[in-house]
Design a protein around this ligand. Sequence first.
Ligand SMILES: C[S@@+](CC[C@H](N)C(=O)[O-])C[C@H]1O[C@@H](n2cnc3c(N)ncnc32)[C@H](O)[C@@H]1O
Length: 220
Amino acid sequence: MYDAARRMIRHWLGRPAVALAAAFPNPLTIAWMRAICWIQLTTAELVAVTGAIRACPRCRLLVFGVGNDSPYWLAVNRDGTTLFLEHDLPWREAVAAEIGADPILTVAYGSRLDEWPEMIDQPSRLSMNLPPAVRDARWDVIVVDAPPGRQPSHPGRMQSIYESSRLVSPTGHVFVHDCHRPAERAYTDRFLGNRMTLVSDSRLRHYQSPTMPRLPGVPS
Ligand SMILES: C[S@@+](CC[C@H](N)C(=O)[O-])C[C@H]1O[C@@H](n2cnc3c(N)ncnc32)[C@H](O)[C@@H]1O
C-alpha cells in the first residue's frame, strides 16, 4: 500500500519535480525532487554537483551509471552535453524508457572488486574500451557513481575512477561517490590526487583538475 502510493506520487509528480529543481536549483527544490524520484545521492551531494555544472557554460557532463537521478542531470544541464555510461543492459533499458536511449552509451568493465589491490599497479587492465564520443572529448564535470562495488563479485569502480582521471578537462571537476569504501579511497588517492574536498557530511569526494597529478602519457 505504502509502495503503491509512493509509485503513484512519483508517476504524477516526478517530471514537475525535476523541472522545478532544474529551473530553480536550491536545497529545497532538490530535496523535494530527490524524495519524489527516489534518488540515492543526498541533497548536499546533488547540490555540489549542480554547482559545478552551472559554473560551466555549455557544460560537458559525463556520468558513470544511470539511475533515478539521470532525468535531473539532463534537465539541469539542458544547455550542455550529457552522456551516461552503463554496463547493466536491463537497467539501461529501464532508464532509457524515461530519458530516451540516445544519451546512454553501453560500456563493459573487465574487473571484479576483489581484484582492486593488484589492479591498482596494472594501468593496462584499468583502461576501458570507450566509444569515440567519450574518449575524444574532454569533460568539464564527471560523476562516478557506478559500476556497483559493494560485493567481491561486483565490477568495482577501479576502471571508472582511472578513466575519469584521463577524461576530465584541465579545468574540470570529478565527483566520486562511496569514498567510505577502501577501493574508492585507494583509487581516488592514486589517480586523482590527495587534494580534494569532501562534500559535507557525505561519501562524495570532489576533485578539481589542477590539483590532480598528471599521469605519464595522459593528455592534459
Ligand atoms: C549506484 S546506481 C546510481 C544511483 C544514482 N546516482 C542515484 O543517486 O539515484 C548506479 C548503478 O547501479 C546499478 N543498478 C542496477 N540495478 C539498479 C537499480 N534497480 N537501481 C539503481 N541502480 C541499479 C547500475 O549498474 C548503475 O550503473
